[in-house]
Design a protein around this ligand. Structure first.
Ligand code: IMP
Ligand code: MG
Length: 425
């Protein structure tokens, strides 16, 4: 029995949706273990474009799909996504939600906006989808969980307590509207009706998967460099995208071997605020942004683009215990004559040994670049025809050397099958 964990190695948007969709062919259960509707996983099927925010990408192939306890669930988003999939003829019958997953409410979004506004110049540039404030409630032990939706009396009691807590503490401090207990209860009960039958007991669900030796695919959202502990704090998300959280965020302990598949683009992007050492010059950045469609799937914001940062990638590949790397969007760099690749950071005249823990050091650090020859292959067909040209081969070898991890696939193009296997691990 073996499980796969797909994780972003950069700052998100590496194309995980497409890869999870591709790899979930062989999976029997696909699991989301952290984050919430701040994620946007895009899958292109012919003329159909499917963007998933909360539901695991495995649903598109009809796989048993779990929203784990580590996820924060916005019920409006979830119901909208279910309806949207069903309208497109994709069944959501096999969607399950952990009863331990926390519910994200509208007031979390209001708190997110208020918190960002109050931080001013130091704002994080969040997606404003309420993720941070919902996790705050979880760790403050004030949160309401999916399981609470199953019993009206319990829900009434929880909402009553929460509203009293919120209206006397958060509402006046953050200058947000007080919550009306009755309206919230009525609306929540209404939404609960639509998803109730999908809520599962964490222990029972996980034990059955392990007993039946099901092949599991864990689908990370965001990426390691946005991890609350290991990312570029404070410019991070409020959950743990790293691979090893997949077990804690789902209640499925690793009674199996697991294979970690790290995803990186051939370049780097970042959305939101915070340092980005390898940001490109404006002209190249505009070209890559337009070609790569580097606009947020959730917020529509334009993403900053930069050269591939192998120093960050080395850290990330290590941290995630990565077994193999998949490089996406090779085609986007086609025609750029000379590519820059960052192999380290220099700080006050010295090369750093480890990736900086301090944001101050990170802001001052200068990338050390190596220049390499570009390529002209614009799509997967050309890539295959030219049997991966020498420049791409050298690029792959450099990534493998710096990260000490093998590259197993390269992808070029948005379609499910725009991917090429290089080797087996
Ligand atoms: P939050 O997750 O909405 O709190 O946002 C915190 C940071 O994570 C911001 O810089 C966001 O732009 C970034 N972020 C959150 N979700 C994603 C994602 O799916 N892709 C890329 N960046 C993300
Ligand atoms: Mg995304």
């Amino acid at each position: 029995m073996k499980a796969d964990i797909v994780v972003g190695l950069q700052w998100g948007d590496e194309g995980k949706g497409k890869i999870v969709d591709y790899l979930s062919k062989n999976a029997e259960c696909v699991v989301r273990y952290q984050g919430g509707a701040n994620a946007g996983h895009t899958i292109i099927l012919g003329t159909k474009k499917i963007v998933l925010h909360l539901i695991p990408s495995g649903i598109v192939r009809g796989k048993l799909s779990l929203i784990g306890n580590g996820v924060v669930v916005d019920l409006d988003e979830l119901i909208e996504e279910i309806d949207h999939l069903e309208e497109m003829g994709i069944s959501t019958d096999k969607l399950r939600i952990s009863s331990r997953a926390h519910i994200l409410f509208d007031f979390h979004k209001e708190l997110d906006k208020a918190s960002e506004a109050a931080k001013g110049k130091l704002s994080i540039g969040t997606t404003k989808s309420g993720i941070g404030p919902c996790y705050v409630d979880k760790y403050d032990r004030a949160g309401i969980r999916a399981g609470d939706l199953l019993d009206e009396n319990i829900l009434r009691e929880k909402i009553k307590n929460y509203v009293s807590f919120f209206n006397t503490t958060k509402a006046p401090v953050y200058h947000v509207k007080k919550i009306d207990e009755k309206i919230l209860l009525k609306a929540t009960l209404e939404k609960a009706k639509k998803i109730k039958n999908r809520i599962v007991n964490t222990h029972e669900f996980a034990e059955k998967l392990i007993r039946e030796r099901k092949r599991i695919l864990f689908e990370g959202a965001q990426a390691a460099m946005l991890d609350i502990d290991f990312g570029t704090y404070p410019y991070v998300t409020s959950s743990h995208p790293i691979s090893l959280y997949s077990f804690a965020g789902s209640g499925i302990p690793p009674f199996f071997d697991f294979n970690v598949i790290g995803i990186t683009k051939a370049y780097a992007t970042r959305v939101g605020n915070g340092p980005f050492p390898t940001k490109m010059d404006d002209k190249t950045e505009n070209l890559i942004r337009e070609r790569g469609g580097e606009y947020g799937a959730t917020t529509g914001r334009s993403r900053d683009c930069g050269w591939l940062d192998l120093f960050a990638l080395r850290y990330s590949a290590f941290l995630n215990r990565t077994n193999e790397i998949i490089i996406t969007k090779l085609d986007i760099l086609a025609g750029v004559k000379t590519l820059k690749v960052c192999t380290g950071y220099s700080y006050r005249g010295k090369l750093l040994k480890g990736y900086p823990d301090s944001i101050k050091v990170l802001c001052e650090a200068k990338p050390v670049y190596r220049e390499i020859c570009g390529w002209t292959e614009k799509d997967i067909t050309e890539l295959k025809k030219n049997k991966i040209c020498r420049s791409i081969r050298n690029f792959i070898l450099l990534i493998e050397k710096e990260t000490d991890t093998k590259v197993t696939y390269v992808a070029a193009g948005p379609e499910r099958n725009d991917i090429l296997k290089l080797r087996k691990i």
